[in-house]
Design a binder for this molecule. Structure first.
Ligand code: FES
Length: 109
């Protein structure tokens, strides 16, 4: 079976505390770095379809710039109102300095 992973970035393109926006099959994702850990989430707020890439990181959360909800980069869970639904998270592998995204939603939580 073919690997679902797609190369999306080099790890050293993303500084700690920053993220980049990438597209795979025309769908946008956020690849974020917190210290030396990397996360992948959808680039879409669950409150109103609005790009989370307009927002910023707050520790290991991403904050929506429209109404301020913050979402865990690990689980996708909202931590503030008004959002009450999680965002999707994705598996991301780091291999030899390159980041590989599995664009199927991570159902393991
Ligand atoms: S659109 Fe993101 S919190 Fe409202």
């Amino acid at each position: 079976m073919e690997s679902p992973f797609v190369e999306v970035a080099k790890a050293d393109e993303i500084s700690p505390g920053k993220f980049i926006r990438v597209e795979v099959a025309r769908k946008p994702y956020i690849i974020a770095r917190v210290d030396d850990r990397f996360y992948a989430v959808e680039d879409n707020c669950s409150h109103e379809d609005y790009p989370l890439s307009y927002g910023c990181l707050d520790g290991n959360r991403i904050k929506c710039s429209l109404h301020g909800s913050r979402f865990s980069l690990e689980t996708g869970a909202p931590e503030d109102e008004p959002a009450d639904e999680p965002i999707r998270t994705y598996r991301l592998e780091l291999c030899e300095g390159r980041l590989w995204l599995d664009p199927s939603p991570d159902i393991s939580g």
